[in-house]
Design a protein around this ligand. Structure first.
Ligand code: SAM
Length: 331
């Protein structure tokens, strides 16, 4: 029993761990305008509980654990968690997803505590627009955070830009230039209809095809396809010749990549979510707090995986995901 295989023969090797559902930004496609986080400390997994669950997943063959949120850097003493996870045998990769707001102060400590690479969300390079999309975020601080991550040697750093028609799609080219100038990778993300905020963003959805047309018209003769093994995820990537930058798209709506899904998600409250676009979940927090032994928790995980759905239905916007906010699930 040292690997997790779901009913569709997909091997699960990747766990995304949301360490908090609080966020200092309120991106309008991620959470509803009036969404408040009322989660109490007692509802949230402790670091010991997270580390225990991650260890059990590692014993079941998971090798990569991403720390996400909410905003993971808001979780008090997060460095204690990264140290604990760093000691778990079998884990080869512990990347971070962040909005970079707190990176200016934390990048060095994170690097010294085993965080070698990061995905950083940035949807605009125009301060006023950035403020509007994030509902009060500060672009300058985020760029300082990106530069801090570069200067402490995190590598690779991937920028994630959610591209929205009429909101920021005129910045595709300038974001590529920004990434090239700093030697970073860049992923363009299609809006996903998750939660009311995500469903509202469907109106501004820009398809992978439209995004790539823009990329090709600007850089066509310099783009070189990378094979999927090099992209480490659902993104399809293109290297820009003469630069250190690769461009990719994460197109969950236009291009269902569920057949190669290798991941499950753990929320801050300890729910194991089997698919971003479906309701199914199991509370690992309640299981461990009821006194279950390691072997029993592992069996619960394996039983849960038998319910992992074949695919999401983002293209038909089914109602069963409208009551979830992406901010609670970690992206
Ligand atoms: N706070 C961290 C950050 O900013 O990266 C981690 C959490 S955030 C929920 C993770 C990713 O989900 C971000 O890149 C964000 O842009 C993306 N995201 C949130 N809502 C989305 C939606 N409706 N469609 C597509 N991507 C979304």
């Amino acid at each position: 029993m040292n690997q997790i295989v779901d009913p569709f023969n997909r091997k699960i090797t990747y766990l995304r761990v949301s360490v908090t559902d609080h966020c200092n930004y309120r991106c309008h496609y991620c959470r509803d305008e009036d969404h408040q986080t009322h989660t109490k400390k007692a509802q949230v997994l402790t670091f010991e509980e997270i580390a225990r669950i991650v260890r059990l997943f590692a014993e079941l063959g998971v090798t990569k654990v991403r720390l996400t949120g909410g905003e993971p850097l808001l979780r008090k003493d997060i460095l204690d968690l990264t140290r604990m996870l760093g000691g778990i045998p079998g884990l080869s990769d512990i990347p971070l997803s962040t909005n970079a707001h707190l990176l200016p102060a934390m990048a060095l400590k994170l690097k010294n505590h085993g965080i070698n690479r990061a995905n950083i969300s940035i949807d605009s390079l125009i301060p006023e627009r950035f403020k509007e999309i994030t509902r009060d975020g500060d672009l300058e601080t985020v760029i300082n955070g990106i530069d801090a991550a570069i200067s402490v040697g995190m590598k690779p750093i991937k920028l994630n830009m959610v591209v929205m028609k009429g909101t920021n799609d005129d910045e595709i080219e300038s974001m590529i230039e920004f990434a090239i100038n700093r030697g970073l990778d860049l992923r363009f993300i299609e809006t996903m209809p998750i939660g009311l905020a995500g469903i509202e963003a469907v109106d501004r959805h820009l398809s992978e095809k439209d995004i790539l047309e823009r990329v090709y018209s600007a850089y066509g003769d310099r783009l070189i396809s990378q094979d999927s093994k090099q992209t480490d995820g659902p993104a399809k990537a293109l290297k820009i010749e003469g630069t250190n930058t690769s461009i990719g798209t994460i197109s969950a709506v236009s291009n269902n990549f569920c057949s190669s899904c290798n991941r499950v998600r753990l929320t801050a409250k300890g729910e194991l979510i089997l698919c971003l676009g479906q309701k199914d979940s199991v509370s690992l927090r309640d299981a461990i707090r009821s006194g279950m032994k390691d072997q029993e928790v592992k069996q619960l995980i394996l039983n849960a995986i038998t319910k992992k759905p074949e695919k999401h239905f983002f293209d038909s916007v089914v109602d069963n995901i409208s009551n979830r906010q992406m901010v609670e699930m970690g992206g």
